[in-house]
Ligand binder design. Sequence first.
Ligand code: FES
Ligand code: FES
Length: 232
Amino acid sequence: MSPADTHSADAGTSDAAQKPSRRRFLQSAAAAAAVSAAPLAHAQQQAAATPAIAPPPAAVPMLPVRLNINGHPYELQVEARTTLLDALREYAGLTGTKKGCDRGQCGACTVIVSGRRINACLTLAVMHEGESVTTVEGLAPNGDALAPIQQAFIEKDAFQCGYCTPGQLCSATALIAEYRAGDASAVTADVRFRPAQLSDDEIRERMSGNICRCGAYPNIVAAVKAVASGNA
Ligand code: FES
Ligand code: FES
């Protein structure tokens, strides 16, 4: 075999090796183009199927609700979905009641409605037509004088940041009334008898719906105990 033949044979082998590579390259390029074009085609189909911009929803009708808040009559116009908490803060302008979790977990929104403490974030304002609501702004009997429980919180250093304090004060006020009315709690040893004095366990149990992230619990218990026992 001459050198020329050898060269020719090498060249033939090289061509044979390269042809499949070019074919694979062209096949790969075509496949990539198809893959990248698919989302575009899908998006174009979706765009064609998207309806025209929906018209704005009709205005939500407002409902009147009459409340007696801290001894004053209020007539508020609220949406049916408005919570008592939002009605107090946003409609009546009484921002002493705090919004912590807005889902019944922290007790910051505790107010007293017709003598019972409730989480204002868990109830609708329109459900309390004609009822009496006491918020932290209404705990003090008059003027600048503080309620005994407010004074006790100061004396016992029962708060730090103060965010939970309005709810703690309302809850403690109702707790003392419940205790004096003879209501038992989950830790009352004998439900036939009212405990002679509120124990720390009783206070902790009865205040367990009010969370304090500053951890002022020992001093809160001390303040409630002082008022419940008449020592404040
Ligand atoms: S804001 Fe109502 S329980 Fe937390
Ligand atoms: S004093 Fe800060 S959360 Fe209770």
